[in-house]
Design a protein around this ligand. Structure first.
Ligand SMILES: Nc1nc2c(ncn2[C@@H]2O[C@H](COP(=O)(O)OP(=O)(O)OP(=O)(O)O)[C@@H](O)[C@H]2O)c(=O)[nH]1
Length: 519
């Protein structure tokens, strides 16, 4: 019963004061009125809790649902007339401990009464108390039910707001990444063991390989791992875009219609629209879900070069330029305007197009197509613009004035061309974040993991340099080489939570603080 009291170190090899023998309970479904509320209890006192709440009913068969009346402990007061009760015996449970699940009516008073009754239950084997945030998952980790990469994926699953964030989180939850990193770590440990054997026993025993030959052979293994780390790092940069959002900067000359376009896309008046040039002085940002991708949209000050540019406008332009340089996608907006002689021309600015060309993805869009009466004139204006601005692709044409909000899903009604623009944007998001079919599991690589992979790569590159240096010198520093492998393996261990105790406890705090109570 006192599994952990007898074992000062958990199965992960970590002594943790917060890991204890207590039986914990919490409301695992959302707070507030609902059809059903799920209360979860985990720990050695589950059976005692059941016996206190259902004193005369038989204990339910493990993993089978049973309908029970729940009583206030030591009384005949009914707290829930018909609860669904499930018992899962350890160790094959989500926390690795005994679990009791109570599905009760989701009224606030019922949930409160059941939780209060659990707190009054008596257990001779353990203290019964309300769980801390993330404590169920923490127990799953300490009991080897989840590795750290899976815990992070679970945290991402709970916080996923868009379809693409959900997809990435699901990939991380499979445990495949943890297995991959463990596989690499084992290979590095075996290689290090061979090198250490050489250090320890070379004076007494004959080895087939010389130290330089051994380092060269290990280098081949390390090269393979380095190649794979490169792929994982690349994948993590792509998933970071899904997690943190794709940054889009909307650039163009004053009055091109940037604010109008931004408002149409985000579906609200985020930016001020006015016929006065230079209305947008600062960067206006809004986050939204575009076809399942989280995006952060930035409307910027127009790049005005003619006329007097005041200090505030100048600062706005500087910020716009910075936004463009940081953006993943730049939308370069031009517009159809009337010239002094009454004819039409497409107004654009060179700086916008230069920044668009430098961006990872860009779109050139011409607004105010409604200002041209016929299609032939529009076509010849576009051809002239394309040649003058040396554009490789055909610009998209839109009219914010004729557009229906992008939030209206009926793509038939798209006189302003906004749905077409959204589809093109979604295509560029896909190409920014896509991974080949056989690399889909890598969608789960998190920023923390990427940093550790980069650290690991550094140690392995040092090893390869040492091996090469040894071959050139004809003399190997095997102690240094073994140390590089030890450090690299430890980086991988910290990804899955098998690292040295201090390291793991440090990352645990960061990871678990994101969890809610009941998870
Ligand atoms: N005819 C026509 N006018 C438009 C269209 N889109 C915007 N406008 C008008 O163009 C003017 C400028 O629009 P804004 O959206 O404020 O332009 P902006 O690029 O944000 O301007 P700055 O803030 O000065 O950089 C306003 O009077 C809009 O009503 C369009 O599709 N057709």
């Amino acid at each position: 019963m006192f599994r952990y009291a007898l074992k000062p170190k958990t199965s992960r090899g970590i002594s943790s004061l917060s890991f204890n023998n207590d039986t914990i309970y919490a409301l695992s479904s959302a707070q507030g009125r609902a059809g059903i509320a799920v209360i979860r209890i985990s720990g050695p006192g589950c059976k005692d809790v059941y016996n206190s709440l259902c004193p005369s009913a038989p204990f339910p068969k493990p993993r089978y649902a049973a309908v029970r009346t729940l009583y206030q402990p030591f009384s005949t007061n009914i707290v829930e007339a018909s609860a669904l009760v499930l018992y899962f015996p350890s160790p094959r449970t989500v926390t690795g401990e005994d679990i009791l699940e109570l599905h009760v009516h989701g009224g606030t008073a019922t949930v409160k009464a059941v939780l209060s009754s659990i707190s009054q239950c008596a257990s001779c084997s353990s203290r019964i108390r309300y769980a801390e945030p993330g404590e169920f998952t923490k127990r799953a980790f300490f009991n080897d039910r989840l590795d750290l990469a899976q815990v992070e994926a679970l945290s991402d699953t709970l916080s996923a707001e868009t379809e693409q964030q959900r997809r990435a989180a699901v990939r991380g939850a499979s445990g495949e990444l943890g297995r991959t990193y463990e596989g690499w770590r084992t290979r590095l440990l075996l290689a290090r063991a061979e090198i250490e054997a050489l250090i320890d026993f070379s004076e007494d025993q004959h080895f087939d390989e010389s130290p330089t030959e051994l380092l060269a052979n290990v280098s081949n293994i390390v090269d393979g791992i380095l190649h794979s780390i490169g792929l994982h790092e690349m994948a993590s940069q792509r998933t970071e875009l899904l997690r943190n959002g794709i940054r889009i900067a909307l650039l163009g000359p004053p009055n091109a219609g940037k604010s109008s376009l931004m408002n149409l896309i985000v579906g609200r008046e985020a930016s001020i629209v006015s016929s006065e040039a230079g209305t947008t002085r600062d960067v206006v940002e809004a986050s939204l879900d575009i076809r399942g991708f989280l995006c952060s949209f930035a409307d910027t000050a127009g790049f005005r070069t003619e006329g007097e540019v005041g200090k505030i406008e100048e600062e706005g332009i500087r910020r716009a330029r910075k936004k463009a340089e940081e953006a993943d996608v730049v939308i370069a907006l031009a517009s159809v305007e009337k010239t002094e002689d009454g004819s039409k021309r497409i107004v654009f600015d060179e700086e916008t197009l230069r920044l668009a060309k430098m961006a990872r993805q860009s779109l050139v869009v011409v607004n105010k197509k409604d200002a041209v009466a016929d299609h032939t004139t529009l076509k010849s204006l576009l051809a002239e613009f394309k040649a003058h601005a040396s554009l490789e692709l055909e610009p998209l044409t839109i009219s914010c004035r004729e557009a229906v909000s992008a939030l209206v899903r009926d793509t038939e009604k798209d006189p302003g061309g906004i749905h077409g623009l959204i589809s093109t944007l979604a295509e560029s998001f896909t190409s920014l974040t896509a991974l080949p079919e056989d690399m889909q599991d890598l969608l789960g690589v998190t920023e923390r993991q990427r940093q550790l992979l980069a650290e690991c790569r550094g140690c392995l590159e040092d090893f390869v340099a040492e091996a090469k240096g040894s071959a050139d010198r004809g003399e190997a520093d095997v102690v240094m080489a073994a140390e590089y492998l030890r450090a690299a393996a430890n980086c991988l261990a910290r990804i899955t939570g098998r690292g040295e105790a201090g390291d793991v406890e440090e990352v645990l705090g960061v990871i678990f603080e994101k969890f809610c109570v009941g998870k």
